[in-house]
Design a binder for this molecule. Structure first.
Ligand code: NAD
Length: 491
């Protein structure tokens, strides 16, 4: 156990049924910039999870039957409280998550918008009136699922946690959140503080934190408990597969947003200055720890040298180090395990012939922005999501080759295309196997009102806007017979 505490928040316990309750054990939550203790956090048990699920179930009838305008007002209040306290959140994501303060400012603003767009969903739970061969009134209607289990990652603990539950609450569900063990405060207990202050009724929103050692049994309880009707998961493909398989075995609805191995394609007629600027942001923002980070730069060979000169010139200016210094745009990887994993991917590529065009150095939890060329598919880095400040650059000769290189991955989250020819870009977009394509921009794009999600091993389902309602409601067909129905006379 560590004694040194850096800018620690007051941890009040697990949040179950509107009360702060202690757990029998705790675990250390570290500041990844220096591995000092950030907070000591409750290590919830399977029993704690059961209690949280029961509390959410008990709160469901009142919350789901509340007039939808009241749920909207409650979510707008959450947005206001969140906005008023956003400096605390920014401080938490810098110290607990190892993010640059600019990323914290962006994230804090985005979360408030997630609550506001979710409030608008309360007015959009729209069904349909269907034709009926019997002349009935035949309706497809939307209903909340019940208790929704939310499991969230650490890299964007504000956005990806709130995205997982805000629309679910809007639709009338109640929620049990299990945040990542790397950001149990900014991705979990802090949200409980905000929702409590905003007056969300007891039991509607519950948070159970736990350590990586406990997550197997605590997570299983959340997925398998019969009172939990839907699962909202954002995280790695490996864990997502496990969760989707378990949810499938219990025939539960499951929305999973997973990893990516995203390409940015630079065609020969692209604006190279803008493309280099975008590539620098897309590859290195938050140390490349974004599911949509640009991990492969595919560049037409006729502009390869020009592009590289511009791109490397920009990337070389990024400073790496402790996030207490705001000049360090590149902070640490989230933990020592991740830092070792990223370094191992670089070493594997270099040992198989990759050239280090920039960076390559690492120390403690830090990895410098690194650019590799001369890569090929024998290297782990060609296939595996790096989730670090590393990008590979690969030349291509024509559109077919660019499409093949983009699609040569099990993932399918986003793609980006740079060209002055919009028609050509749209033709290419139709051939790229991803859930999202951005023309003349880098890969990291999200807005709370769009259908966000991937194909292939990047996930199933969509978050955002009215598409969230598909994830967090079920359809019920209701008919109203008005006396015209004929049955066979033998009956
Ligand atoms: P992770 O899969 O290791 O963990 C995600 C969550 O799952 C955490 O809360 C973790 O505690 C929990 N978990 C782990 N094992 C579990 C189990 N057996 N049962 C229940 N829960 C369990 O992912 P991470 O390292 O937190 O996040 C990084 C990954 O998330 C990357 O692969 C990234 O691409 C992906 N991601 C995807 C999106 C998207 O929208 N597609 C967004 C952000 C991150």
């Amino acid at each position: 156990m560590l004694d040194k505490v850096s800018a620690s928040p007051a941890i009040r316990g697990l949040y179950i049924g509107g009360r702060w309750v202690p757990a029998q054990r705790s675990f250390d939550d570290l500041n990844p910039s220096d591995n000092t203790l950030y907070a000591r956090v409750p290590d919830g048990s399977r029993d704690d999870m059961t209690r949280a699920i029961e509390a959410a179930h008990a709160a469901f009838p009142e919350w789901s039957q509340r007039p939808f305008q009241e749920r909207a007002k409650a979510l707008l209040k959450v947005a206001d409280v969140w906005e008023r306290r956003k400096d605390e959140f920014i401080d938490a994501v810098v110290n607990e998550g190892g993010g640059w303060f600019g990323k914290g400012i962006f994230e804090a603003g985005f979360v408030a918008e997630i609550f506001r767009t979710s409030a608008s969903l309360c007015y959009q739970s729209i069904g349909e009136v269907l034709p009926s061969e019997h002349g009935k009134v035949s309706m497809a209607t939307r209903w909340p699922l019940g208790v929704v289990g939310v499991i969230s990652p650490w890299n964007m603990p504000g956005i990806l946690t709130s995205r997982g539950y805000a629309a679910a609450l809007a639709a009338g569900n109640t929620v049990v959140l299990k945040p990542s063990e790397d950001t149990p405060y900014s991705g979990g207990l802090y949200h409980a503080e905000i929702l409590e202050e905003a007056g969300i009724p007891a039991g509607v929103f519950n948070v159970v934190t736990c350590s990586r050692e406990s997550v197997g049994e605590v997570g299983d309880e959340l997925i398998e408990h019969p009172l939990v009707k839907g699962i909202s998961f954002t995280g790695s493909t490996a864990v997502g597969r496990h969760i989707a398989a378990k949810a499938g075995a219990h025939l539960k609805k499951c929305c999973v947003e997973l990893g990516g191995k995203d390409s940015m394609i630079v065609l020969e007629d692209a604006d190279l200055d803008q493309a280099a600027l975008a590539a620098n942001f897309g590859s290195f923002m938050h140390q490349g720890q974004v599911c949509m980070s640009t991990e492969k730069l595919l560049v037409h060979d006729s502009v390869y040298d020009d592009f590289m000169q511009k791109f490397l010139g920009r990337a070389a200016k990024l400073k790496t180090g402790h996030t207490r210094d705001r000049d360090n745009v590149i902070g640490p990887l989230v933990n020592t395990r991740q830092a070792h994993r990223v370094k191992a991917l670089i070493d594997d590529a270099v040992s198989k012939g990759a050239h280090v065009e920039l960076g390559g150095r690492s120390w403690d939890n830090f990895v410098e922005p690194t650019v590799l060329s001369n890569v090929n598919s024998s290297m782990d880095i060609w296939h595996d999501e790096t989730f670090g400040p590393v990008v590979v650059v690969c030349p291509f000769r024509n559109d077919d080759e660019a499409v093949a290189l983009n699609n040569d991955t099990e993932y399918g989250l986003t793609a980006a295309v740079w060209t002055a020819d919009e028609a050509r870009a749209l033709r290419l977009a139709g051939r790229l196997e991803t859930g999202m394509v951005h023309v003349n921009d880098q890969n990291i794009n999200d807005e709370p009102q769009v259908p966000f999600g991937g194909v292939k091993a990047s996930g199933v389902g969509r978050y955002g806007g009215r598409w969230s309602l598909d994830a967090f409601t079920e359809l019920r067909w209701i008919t109203l017979e008005r006396g015209g129905r004929h049955y066979p006379p033998v009956f």
